[in-house]
Design a protein around this ligand. Structure first.
Ligand SMILES: *[C@@H]1O[C@H](CO)[C@@H](O)[C@H](O)[C@H]1NC(C)=O
Ligand SMILES: *[C@@H]1O[C@H](CO)[C@@H](O)[C@H](O)[C@H]1NC(C)=O
Ligand SMILES: *[C@@H]1O[C@H](CO)[C@@H](O)[C@H](O)[C@H]1NC(C)=O
Ligand SMILES: *[C@@H]1O[C@H](CO)[C@@H](O)[C@H](O)[C@H]1NC(C)=O
Ligand SMILES: *[C@@H]1O[C@H](CO)[C@@H](O)[C@H](O)[C@H]1NC(C)=O
Ligand SMILES: *[C@@H]1O[C@H](CO)[C@@H](O)[C@H](O)[C@H]1NC(C)=O
Ligand SMILES: *[C@@H]1O[C@H](CO)[C@@H](O)[C@H](O)[C@H]1NC(C)=O
Ligand SMILES: *[C@@H]1O[C@H](CO)[C@@H](O)[C@H](O)[C@H]1NC(C)=O
Ligand SMILES: *[C@@H]1O[C@H](CO)[C@@H](O)[C@H](O)[C@H]1NC(C)=O
Ligand SMILES: *[C@@H]1O[C@H](CO)[C@@H](O)[C@H](O)[C@H]1NC(C)=O
Ligand SMILES: *[C@@H]1O[C@H](CO)[C@@H](O)[C@H](O)[C@H]1NC(C)=O
Ligand SMILES: *[C@@H]1O[C@H](CO)[C@@H](O)[C@H](O)[C@H]1NC(C)=O
Length: 772
């Protein structure tokens, strides 16, 4: 070591150089190699040029052309959303760099939720290798460009844009298409027969357009179809019976498509169906369709389809079923006791004619399960129904009763007749122009009956499909400043995915005015995809359809404005029902998937002949007037009594009293006798007889009379007295006093009712000549 250090050999130096050089070469090469692997080549110039054009056509301003679009570390690329995710704001350009000549070509353009307000870009056709074009949730106008017909697209979505006009037939030239969504635009006209050429098509979504007419029979060629959604359109005629061609079909959605019933029997051939949604079929009804072979069904909706008869037993055995919605039909019979629907988290059997008892398995499901049995004909059963928020039994029993055996479902008794009820739906208590709106802040539920109030209660049915349930699904909050007076009524509103009933009780019978306050506070009206929603629903008052296909935004020509509608109705059984119903129309995904259904801000119910409510001043006045009147009454009563007692009569003089005394009539009054005897002056006393003292009296003309006053103490019995009277009156003898008459005045003194009953008898005897 020491030798080498002191005298390095040439070989050593040379060797060191070689090591160093190799090291430097390695160090210098490393970044280049890494860069070569990381940075793919740019796409060909014609594609870059096309991207510029596309950006201009779309109105996409923030693509950074100083970066390589094919570099997935550049700003051109954000990871594409995972399958089926709800990403609504994403911008991605992806290249395929696996071409054998080492070139990169643009394969995917994904621009979602960008509010691009240009047109569908014709220049897209210059990207010869493009396979996936996703432009949903923008504000793109125009038509589908003819140039696209030449593309070899596999996935195309222009959903949730502003595209109008008919669906062009040349779209049928893109025979490579596997996925096509035209959802939520304004396409009109019929489905072009050229669509029959899209034999590779697996997913076709035409929801929420204005498509009309019948289905072209050529669609029977789409034998690879796995998913078909045609809800909310204006198709005509019966549901086309072409399901036999679509044996691969896994998901089928036909809600409020415009098609009429009945449900075609060929549906039975779709063994692979896992999701079936048919709703709002007008016209001829049918029995329950044959779904026996669809063993893997996990979401089943046959709602408002005019289906009669019973529910087949195999439905209760679909062990994989997650959602079952058979509401608003004419189904009869019982629910099976079989407890196989263990996964069925949501069950809607609302508004049918189901009878029998409610099976035990339903009544004991825990809070993960939501079951709605409202509006049916079940019999009030022996078994105890547990009292739960997630089992809606509103009017579930025959006769429209909503009472389970448990008290918790019983409504409060009425304390009085009410003439007015006001509710701030979804919001807190507030007072507007002297009217008190009650709070309605219950979070609601997917199968919930809320009987909390005396005058009103709510029944909420349905869940928002295709979204993750949250606790705030049923109350909407305004997203911007409201342009309306009384904004407290409109900042929060109650939402419903299917049916929401406000049930008023304890109302005085009679004619009423129902005032409904609406405001669209979710869908917007700016230049954004958020303005492309169409919320359409129906309103029933006393089960009479009062508003059909009501669209708040259209009615008011804008959002965040109050729409107030008034209706006359009659309350007969002290009850009033206002029901909001979604009949499958309009859009369901703007601004987010699951935006649809009725939205109600406030409700007023007022009797047309309600007693006027006094204001505070009037109330005070009433109290004062009442008090004064009572005092006056009291005084009058007292005066009346005094008058009756004779307090106000002037005391008659002796002369006046005696003037009326006529010995011939034989009728005298006590007062007259009092006057004649100078108030029974002891000085006038002339003797004492068996019944009392005898007084001398002098009449006006000087006639002297004798008066016998029967002592009240010496009551020897009325009968003896009457005997004496009779005897005396019958006597006619010069030596016997002659009875002129008698005066019997019974005064019932108030002192003692029972024992102190004085009968004052005053007898008038003729004057004895002898005595005088
Ligand atoms: C575009 O990319 C270049 C290179 O990465 C960068 O320097 C520039 O800031 C970017 N421009 C914008 C507007 O982001
Ligand atoms: C980015 O591109 C490279 C090749 O250019 C590829 O290997 C890699 O998987 C890509 N990354 C993503 C997230 O797509
Ligand atoms: C695009 O989607 C992915 C996956 O959903 C997400 O992680 C990413 O944040 C989104 N990008 C933007 C800009 O929203
Ligand atoms: C990329 O292109 C090549 C050649 O056309 C093709 O074989 C390959 O499947 C493509 N890759 C992707 C991910 O599409
Ligand atoms: C969506 O993207 C646009 C621009 O690309 C941006 O202005 C907006 O804030 C984004 N919205 C959300 C919710 O990320
Ligand atoms: C669509 O295909 C047909 C037949 O292949 C052809 O005649 C027609 O020109 C094509 N349309 C367009 C717009 O390319
Ligand atoms: C549909 O397929 C049949 C044969 O299966 C064919 O004759 C017909 O032309 C096809 N229709 C369309 C529109 O492609
Ligand atoms: C196409 O439909 C199938 C079957 O319903 C489904 O599994 C798949 O996710 C759909 N594809 C897309 C891109 O939505
Ligand atoms: C389509 O339906 C809408 C309502 O959903 C209606 O206003 C319109 O008149 C219908 N159009 C046709 C052509 O039937
Ligand atoms: C339901 O179907 C029956 C025939 O099955 C029909 O008489 C009735 O009118 C239909 N109801 C409605 C509302 O279309
Ligand atoms: C209720 O309104 C009807 C008309 O809708 C009217 O004929 C009737 O007299 C009204 N009844 C009362 C009590 O006002
Ligand atoms: C409502 O009143 C009618 C008679 O006016 C009666 O026949 C009916 O049973 C009542 N309904 C309810 C639910 O009380």
């Amino acid at each position: 070591m020491g030798g080498a250090a002191n005298c390095p050999s040439v070989m050593n130096i040379l060797f060191g150089y070689i090591i160093l050089t190799v090291f430097l070469v390695l160090v210098c090469m490393e970044p280049n190699q890494v860069e070569a692997r990381v940075e793919p080549p740019y796409p060909p110039d014609y594609e870059l040029k096309a991207l510029h054009e596309i950006a201009a056509e779309l109105g996409k301003k923030d693509w950074n052309f100083s970066e390589n679009p094919c570099n997935n570390k550049s700003s051109w690329f954000t990871p594409p959303p995972t399958h089926g995710s709800q990403a609504i704001n994403n911008s991605t350009v992806t290249c395929n760099c696996s071409f054998t000549n080492g070139e990169c070509h643009i394969e995917v353009i994904y621009l979602a939720g960008q509010d691009l307000d240009g047109v569908l870009p014709p220049s897209l056709s210059k990207l010869l290798y493009i396979k996936t074009v996703i432009l949903h949730r923008n504000y793109l106008k125009g038509i589908i460009p003819r140039e696209w017909a030449a593309l070899k697209l596999e996935t195309l979505s222009v959903a949730m844009n502003h595209i109008t006009g008919p669906i062009p037939g040349y779209l049928g030239n893109i025979t490579t298409l596997k996925y096509l969504s035209l959802e939520n635009n304004q396409f009109s006209g019929t489905i072009p027969p050229e669509f029959g050429r899209l034999v590779n098509l697996e997913n076709l979504t035409l929801n929420a357009n204005y498509l009309t007419g019948k289905f072209p029979l050529s669609l029977a060629n789409l034998s690879n179809l796995k998913e078909l959604r045609i809800s909310s359109n204006n198709f005509t005629g019966k549901i086309p019976d072409i399901f036999r061609s679509w044996k691969q079909l896994e998901k089928l959605e036909i809600q409020a498509s415009g098609f009429e019933g009945p449900i075609p029997s060929s549906l039975a051939l779709l063994h692979n169906l896992v999701e079936l949604r048919i709703s709002d079929l007008p016209g001829e009804g049918s029995k329950f369709p044959n779904l026996k072979n669809m063993k893997n069904m996990y979401r089943l909706m046959l709602r408002s389809c005019n289906i009669s008869g019973t529910i087949p037993d195999y439905i209760w055995e679909l062990s994989g079923l997650q959602i079952l919605d058979l509401s608003f039909n004419k189904l009869e019979g019982n629910i099976s006791d079989s407890e196989s629907l263990t996964k069925a988290q949501y069950m809607y059997l609302t508004k049918n004619s189901l009878a029998g008892h409610i099976p035990e398995w339903m009544s004991i499901r825990d809070s993960r399960y939501q079951i709605d049995l409202s509006y049916n004909n079940f019999s009030e059963s022996h078994q105890s129904l547990s009292c739960r928020e997630n089992l809606n039994l509103f009017q579930s029993f025959s006769g429209g009763k909503n009472l389970g055996p448990d008290n918790c479902l019983k409504s409060l008794p009425c304390s009085k007749d009410w003439y007015s009820v006001n509710i701030n739906c979804g919001g807190g208590a507030t007072t507007i122009n002297g009217v008190n709106y009650e709070a309605d802040e219950d979070l609601g539920g997917r199968a919930k009956y809320v009987p909390l109030k005396e005058t009103w209660e709510t029944s909420s049915t349905g869940l928002f499909w295709d979204t993750t349930p949250t606790s705030m699904d049923f109350i909407a909050r305004n997203v911007s400043v409201l342009r309306t007076n009384n904004s407290e009524l409109y900042t929060r509103a109650r939402l419903s995915p299917l049916s929401l009933t406000y049930y008023f009780r304890c109302l005085a019978n009679g004619n009423y005015t129902v005032t409904l306050h609406f405001a669209e506070i979710v869908i917007r009206d700016n230049r954004s995809y958020q303005s492309l929603g169409r919320r359409i629903f129906d309103v029933y008052v006393q089960e009479k359809l009062e508003l059909k296909d009501f669209n708040i935004k259209n009615e008011e020509k804008g959002v965040d404005k109050a729409a107030i509608r008034k209706f006359k109705t009659v309350v007969r059984n002290k009850t009033l029902t206002i029901r909001f119903h979604w009949a499958g129309k309009g859009t369901t995904a703007i601004p987010r998937r699951g935006t649809y259904g009725p939205l109600i801000s406030a409700i007023s119910v007022d009797s047309d002949h309600r007693p006027r409510v006094l204001n505070a001043w009037e109330k005070n006045l009433k109290v004062v007037v009442g008090a004064v009147v009572s005092v006056l009454c009291l005084v009058l009563v007292i005066l009346g009594i005094l008058w009756w007692k004779g307090y106000f009569q002037p005391k008659p003089s002796r002369e006046q009293v005696l003037r009326g005394l006529d010995l011939q009539t034989g009728f005298f009054t006590f007062i007259q006798m009092k006057a004649a005897t100078n108030n029974f002056d002891p000085a006038n006393k002339i003797g004492e007889g068996g019944f009392g003292a005898v007084y001398k009296g002098v009449l006006l003309d000087g006639t002297i009379i004798a008066i016998k006053k029967l002592s009240s103490k010496s009551r020897q019995g009325d009968r003896e007295f009457l005997n004496e009277l009779g005897m005396i009156s019958g006597l006619q003898h010069p030596n016997v006093v002659r009875l002129y008459g008698c005066c019997v005045e019974g005064t019932q003194l108030l002192l003692d009712m029972n024992t102190w009953k004085i009968i004052a008898l005053h007898m008038l005897y003729s004057v004895l000549k002898k005595a005088s």
